[in-house]
Design a protein around this ligand. Structure first.
Ligand code: MGD
Ligand code: SF4
Length: 753
């Protein structure tokens, strides 16, 4: 086959080479939870140094203490008791986070892609100067030839924040992250339109004090967000009623009084029927609705015929159960959490479903009330002195030319399309910087991603691991793990504002460098010194901490500092006057913003395509010991869960003659086949019209010695997505799969013969 311009490089030449692979497979047996040689002698806390950090294994950012013994070995990591995100306890992933540091597959040196005479390609080990010169040189070239805006950025997590600072200093705001259009974007658009406020992260759900928790597809417990899970178990102890709506009997469903096994893609009909019951049984909060909301009469008229009987025909949920659960909510109101969800890009009408949830909350008089959604607050952190960022001639928003009008962040698929000339976007993207995001596993529509990768002139990737995305890079920049570096101050919202410090607990392994250092080096090469006016990031932190009344010295001792609220109480007072940040100053049951942009101002249920015969809808979710694709190779977490399985209803299993633990390949409606086989799990816990998998498995990069070939990738099956016209979210639960019992490779070989 002809070599493509940017081949995926499977075998690294130097650094994490073949020899190293052989070596560490021997070493693996000897690895303890916290490293190669730390297991044997016990050591007391007093004999160790504790340094503060916050976790980067997921985005809850729990504050923690890292313990290092006298020989400089990482021994344990535990929660910081003063931290509202962790309350002193970490989840299994946080505890196993040191596996990121110890992973012998880590990126070890900068790498540069080289093309041989015959067209084949490999990575050569490079010095930092060579790698940084190359990236800065290309940034200069793009600026001269096409304009700085033509350099795009894909980012995620704290490292992404540093890259964003570099790109803005340089003059590009052509950026996007999967955490928006593949995750929370529809929630942002919907709650902003309804309440003039975002839900934020950690979510402002008052689960601790709730009497009724309603989970629509939110699988808390499997989706392991630390304090949220702790609060849910507290709520269960307090005998809170839990209502789960899920085509799958999730862990949360197993703790619930009510499980509504909804037909996938029909949630809007259920929520509108609940709204119908609240209004037409006269059990909504009249005072609250009168005082705070806009558009009630139109809503009432809109849902007139959306009865539980109507919804039954769509959702398969019995009318009695719809009525009963609506009355439960009304009975406990306002202490009801209608959970807004987090990964909410399902069917392309997700902003409307999220609006329906927001409306339901308002009818219960719940927003801003104890046991529902509280009013969160974050500590504002002043910017380290620098000149204002230059204003780009165009940015991610201009690429859209009016499409997806309520998008508040860049849309990943749009950055990709703008990178491909045949889409004829007004502005063209020519090069990418990628950091903290593994695009081949987080993006739907692999063919689009491949085409975009082929089309751009240059890709630099900053990562800690040889993830799939690094295989497409021209330059690979190995970052240190979070345990080896300073980083931004964590100042995320919560009930009370707090800040947390991340500092190095150990010195960087191999030739890896922190993101703050990498971007400073590139910035300096581009003459942007004024934006990087420090020698060490600790100077920035100390300056910022001093502005808010503490110091780096104090923070090193305490890790987390709490501050009093300044924006008023946690909850709305009884009958308190409150102006919402919407067009009408009210909670908009009827959205003027949606109406002005040409969208349904009140949600409407519209049917979605059904699976073809012998195909099943692919739904996916999380497991408590893994975060997306990033943790599968971490030996501590891999140990807890090595591969995913495909959940199949017994009726379907019978039909196909599938047995528990039998391995099958999946094929989707477009003929895409999983790279690897996946074990069947026969269970009543999934509806017969769907199958379920945990996301993030099926890694195809051999350099990930543990994760490679384990389980199957749901992403490979997501060749199709339904895009939310409101904000550009890519609904990904619109793919259908069938089973192949024979190795498709074998069939292909036979066909060839
Ligand atoms: P991760 O999978 O966590 O996030 O998808 P991504 O944004 O790709 O991968 C993060 C990458 O960062 C990995 O390559 C990892 O090695 C690297 N990394 C980890 N720590 C560091 C670090 O300290 N520094 C640097 N430089 N790199 C680091 C998440 C995205 O995926 C999101 S937010 C959601 S909600 C979506 N979920 C989802 C799904 O559930 N199903 C499907 N099919 N697709 C999904 N895509 C979305
Ligand atoms: Fe780390 Fe777990 Fe907290 Fe996420 S929830 S930040 S993985 S401890």
């Amino acid at each position: 086959r002809m070599k493509t311009r940017r081949q995926f490089i499977k075998i690294s030449a130097v650094g994490a080479g073949v020899a190293a692979l052989g070596l560490h497979s021997l070493k693996v047996k000897g690895l303890s939870l916290f490293g190669e040689d730390s297991a044997e002698e016990p050591v007391s806390d007093e004999e160790m140094t504790a340094t503060p950090t916050y976790c980067e294994v997921c985005f809850w950012k729990c504050a923690a203490w890292t313990y290092v013994d006298k020989k400089g070995r990482l021994r344990k990591i535990i929660g910081n008791k003063n931290d509202p995100h962790s309350n002193g306890r970490l989840c299994p992933r946080g505890t196993g986070g040191v596996g990121m540091y110890n992973d012998e597959d880590r990126l070890k040196t900068p790498l540069i892609r080289v093309t041989r005479k015959d067209g084949s390609q490999y990575f050569r080990k490079a010095t930092w100067d060579e790698a940084l010169d190359k990236v800065a040189g290309k940034m200069q070239e793009v600026a001269d030839k096409y304009g700085k805006e033509a350099f795009g950025l894909f980012n995620h997590g704290t490292p992404g924040g540093h890259l964003e600072h570099l790109m803005r200093a340089y003059g590009s705001e052509t950026n996007a992250e999967p955490a928006y259009a593949q995750c929370r974007g529809p929630r942002s658009a919907a709650y902003y339109a309804t309440y003039g406020a975002y839900i934020g992260s950690p979510e402002c759900t008052d689960i601790r004090d709730t009497k009724c928790l309603v989970l629509i597809g939110s699988h808390i417990g499997e989706n392991m967000h630390n304090s949220q899970v702790q609060e849910m178990s507290h709520a269960i102890d307090q005998k809170a009623t839990i209502i789960t709506v899920d085509p799958r009997f999730s862990t949360a469903a197993s703790k619930a009084q009510f499980w509504l096994p909804i037909k996938p893609s029909t949630d809007i009909a259920l929520i509108m029927a609940w709204i119908h019951v609240l209004i037409y049984e006269d059990i909504y909060n009249k005072d609250y609705v009168k005082k705070y909301t806009f558009g009630f009469d139109r809503l009432k008229e809109h849902v007139k015929d959306m009865t539980p009987e109507w919804a039954y025909g769509i959702t398969t949920i019995e009318p009695n159960l719809i009525r009963k659960t609506a009355r439960e909510m009304a009975g406990f109101a306002p202490a009801v959490v209608i959970h807004p969800g987090r990964h909410v890009v399902w069917y392309g009408d997700d902003s409307q479903r999220e609006r329906a949830l927001g409306i339901l909350t308002a009818l219960l008089g719940a927003w801003g009330k104890r046991g529902s959604l509280y009013l969160p607050e974050a500590k504002a952190i002043p910017h380290f002195p620098q000149p204002p960022y230059p204003k780009p001639k165009w940015n991610w928003k201009d690429l859209l030319e009016g499409r997806f009008p309520l998008a508040s962040m860049g849309i990943t698929t749009e950055i990709m399309k703008a990178s491909i000339p045949r889409y004829k976007y007004k502005h063209q993207i020519k090069a990418w910087l990628v950091g903290g995001t593994n695009l081949p596993i987080s993006m739907p529509d692999k063919p689009l991603l491949k085409e975009a990768i082929e089309a751009v002139e240059f890709i630099a990737v900053m990562d800690t691991m040889p993830m799939e995305v690094t295989g497409f890079a021209d330059v690979v920049l190995p970052e240190t793990t979070y345990l080896e570096r300073y980083d931004f101050i964590r100042a995320a919202q919560n009930r009370i504002p707090s800040v947390a410090l991340r500092m190095p607990a150990v010195s960087p392994k191999y030739d890896s460098k922190p993101a703050w250092w990498i971007v400073k080096q590139i910035g300096e090469r581009l003459g942007l010194h004024a934006y990087f006016n420090y020698d060490d990031y600790s100077e920035v932190l100390d300056w910022q901490f001093k502005q808010i009344g503490t110091s780096l010295e104090e923070m090193k001792k305490i890790g987390v500092k709490k501050f009093p609220r300044v924006n008023g109480p946690l909850y709305l007072g009884d009958d308190e006057d409150y102006e919402f940040n919407t067009n009408t100053g009210k909670i908009e049951l009827y959205s003027t913003e949606f109406a002005d942009a040409g969208f349904d101002p009140i949600p409407v249920y519209k049917p979605h395509p059904e699976p073809p015969q012998n195909f099943y809808r692919l739904i996916y979710g999380r497991a408590p010991m893994h975060t997306f694709s990033r943790t599968i190779n971490n030996h501590n977490l891999w140990d807890l869960m090595k591969e995913n399985s495909v959940w199949v209803n017994p009726v379907v299993a019978d039909l196909w003659g599938l047995k528990n633990d039998e391995k099958v390949w999946l094929k989707n409606q477009d003929g895409a086949i999983t790279d690897f086989p996946v074990k069947v799990r026969v269970t009543e816990r999934i509806r017969w019209d769907s199958v379920y998998m945990v996301h993030g498995f099926g890694h195809s990069d051999k350099k990930l010695s543990r994760a490679y070939g384990r389980g199957a990738s749901d992403e490979k099956m997501i060749t199709h997505y339904a895009q939310d016209p409101i904000m550009g979210g890519t609904g990904m639960r619109v793919n259908f799969v069938t089973f192949l019992k024979e190795n498709p490779e074998k069939n292909r070989e036979e066909a060839k013969a």
